[in-house]
Ligand binder design. Sequence first.
Ligand code: NAD
Length: 280
Amino acid sequence: MAIRIDGKLVSSKIREEVKGEVSKLTDKGIKPALAVILVGNDPASAVYVRNKQKACLETGIEPHQITLPEETEERELLDIIDKLNRDDDIHGILVQLPLPKHISSERVIEAISPKKDVDAFSHDSVGRIMEGKYSFLPCTPAGVMELLAHYNVEVEGKECVVIGRSNIVGKPMAMLLLNKSATVTICHSKTKNLPEVCKRADIIVCAVGKAEFLTADMVKPGAVVIDVGINRNSEGKLVGDVKFDEVEPIASMITPVPGGVGPMTIAMLLKNTVTSAKGT
Ligand code: NAD
């Protein structure tokens, strides 16, 4: 039976570390602050923003929330980002996605100063990840790397399969594994013979967004299985991209959903904000 990788435990350790760093910075007169911008009325986005705000408060980071109406013009939003970029008391800027359709997410993300891009979605941040010379890593893939490190999973020389090629999870995930000298295969919706490719993997990271997609026949016995997915199954239960009950008996380690990768994402956002504040 696989060891269950405990994302709640690891993320709470990271939050404690962040708390310690915040307190040291505060003693030096620097109060780490994260600006979170929410545009419009998407209920899921409102929940995510509330959770980020709560996590900031718990670690002593000052949340600076800006809530704007759906009809906000792109120019207005860009002006707000420009002000935040020039405000020395703000260390991280995050724009909650998705944005309303009339606003270009790309232009908005590119407007954030690379020094404050704590989500690491901008062209500059992505380029730095490619070169392995980053200040910030995108929070979810960085959270996966922290979990692997915490559980002493050796990555160097390992066959890693990442399923999913999104800009926020799959592609940066593959790059972080490559930066640690893994042999990485990226799979996606057009990949042929997916079960065979997956079966080669020592480490599988599944970020497909389909409930219980990865089944036991796709997993090599003893593999480490990381489940990024957050889905509802037909009964409305929260499940990952991995058929947990089937895969757990054959994997060596596995992340549950909930309680695996999920809690790591916000923890890494807090860590990025403190990293930025330390640089001021
Ligand atoms: P996405 O929809 O942008 O990308 C999904 C990827 O899966 C695509 O690249 C696609 O090619 C691939 N795919 C789809 N069908 C496939 C198939 N049949 N075979 C192989 N590949 C296939 O999704 P995303 O934003 O990368 O998110 C993936 C999942 O991770 C979602 O469930 C999302 O909710 C979750 N997520 C979790 C966190 C977290 O904090 N835990 C953060 C971000 C995303």
